[in-house]
Design a binder for this molecule. Structure first.
Ligand SMILES: [Ca+2]
Length: 290
C-alpha cells in the first residue's frame, strides 16, 4: 500500500498542470496515429491507443442490423467494451432520412438529410470525475456526396458544454479503396462528465451516408498518478495526488504494467516519464513552499 498524499493547489498551479495534461493528451493522439494501420474490425481503422486501458471504452456501430431492426428507437452498437453499451437514438425516418440495407456496396447505411434537420445522436455513458480530463475520438465512414466532411460535435452530458477540438488535431480524412471515406475526429474536455453526447450531422444543405461509427473515450489520470480512492472529497479540479495509489473509476495509471500504453514507442515512454517527472517536481516544490 502507498500512503496517499493529497493537498490542494492554488489557481496559479492549475494552469501549468492543465498545460501538462494537454501535452499528455497530444501524446495519446500521436501514439494513436502511429498505430493507425493496426488490425481493426470493420472500419475501425485507427483504434485509439488507450482503448485497452482502465477508464477507456469503445462503441462501434456497423449498422448491419436486419431491416426490421430499423423500427427500434434505440440502436445499440454491434461492438462495445462499455457497461452499459452506448446508444444511438434513431432519427425520425422520412422520404429523405432512412436506413438502407445496402448502399454503394456496403451493408447497413444511414442516409441523413440536412433538409430534414436530421442527425445521428449517440449517448456514451461514463463515470463522472471533475478532476480529470477526457479524450474522445470519433471515426466515421461516410460516402462523399461532396467534399465536405460530416459535422461532428461532442457535448458534456452534464453541462451541455462543447468538448474542445485540439488545435494540433483537426479531423483527418482518408479515402478508402471502395470510394468511401473515413474521417477521424479528436475532442477534449477538462473534466470527465457522467456521459457525453456525440452528434453527427450532414454538412449544411447536404446529404450524409454513414456506414460505420466508432467512438473511443477515456478519462485520463496524469502520468504517475493513480485515481483518488475517495470520490466524495471536495478538493476540486486542482486536487492532484502525486503518490495516490488508488485506481479510481476511469483512470489510466503509469504503473509498470501500464507502460504498455506506449507499446514499443520509445518516444512516448520518454515523453511520458518526463511529463510525470515534471508534474511530481512541480507538486513537491509547491508542497515544500507551504
Ligand atoms: Ca454499415
Amino acid at each position: 500500500m502507498q500512503d496517499k498524499q493529497t493537498f490542494s493547489i492554488d489557481p496559479p498551479m492549475v494552469l501549468p498542470l492543465r498545460t501538462l495534461l494537454r501535452a499528455s493528451f497530444v501524446f495519446f493522439l500521436l501514439q494513436a496515429i502511429v498505430v493507425a494501420t493496426g488490425a481493426a474490425r470493420g472500419d475501425d481503422l485507427s483504434p485509439a491507443i488507450f482503448r485497452e486501458h482502465a477508464g477507456a471504452r469503445m462503441d462501434h456501430w456497423e449498422y448491419t442490423q436486419p431491416e426490421s431492426h430499423s423500427n427500434e428507437e434505440n440502436w445499440a452498437p454491434e461492438h462495445s467494451t462499455g457497461i452499459p453499451p452506448g446508444n444511438m437514438k434513431k432519427p425520425e425516418s422520412t422520404t429523405r432520412t432512412f436506413w438502407e440495407q445496402t448502399y454503394a456496396g456496403r451493408p447497413g447505411v444511414w442516409r441523413v438529410d440536412a433538409a430534414d434537420g436530421a442527425f445521428l445522436d449517440f449517448t456514451i455513458p461514463n463515470v463522472m470525475d471533475p478532476r480529470r480530463p477526457k479524450a474522445v475520438i470519433v471515426q466515421v465512414t461516410w460516402w462523399p456526396t461532396s467534399n465536405e466532411i460530416p459535422v461532428v460535435d461532442v457535448v458534456d452530458g452534464n453541462t451541455n458544454n462543447d468538448f474542445a477540438v485540439p488545435d494540433d488535431f483537426p479531423p483527418e480524412t482518408t479515402a478508402l479503396d471502395d470510394g468511401w471515406k473515413h474521417t477521424r475526429y479528436h475532442f477534449w474536455s477538462d473534466t470527465c462528465p457522467s456521459f457525453e453526447l456525440v452528434r453527427i450531422q450532414p454538412p449544411p444543405n447536404g446529404v450524409l451516408y454513414v456506414d460505420q461509427v466508432v467512438v473511443d473515450a477515456v478519462c485520463i489520470a496524469p502520468f504517475g498518478q493513480g485515481g483518488d480512492d475517495d470520490p466524495e472529497d471536495n478538493e476540486g479540479p486542482g486536487d492532484e495526488s502525486p503518490n495516490g495509489g488508488g485506481d479510481g473509476p476511469g483512470g489510466i495509471e503509469a504503473s509498470d504494467d501500464k507502460l504498455g500504453l506506449f507499446g514499443p514507442f520509445g518516444l512516448g515512454i520518454i515523453a511520458g516519464l518526463l511529463l510525470a517527472l515534471l508534474i511530481v517536481v512541480l507538486l513537491r516544490a509547491r508542497k515544500a513552499a507551504n
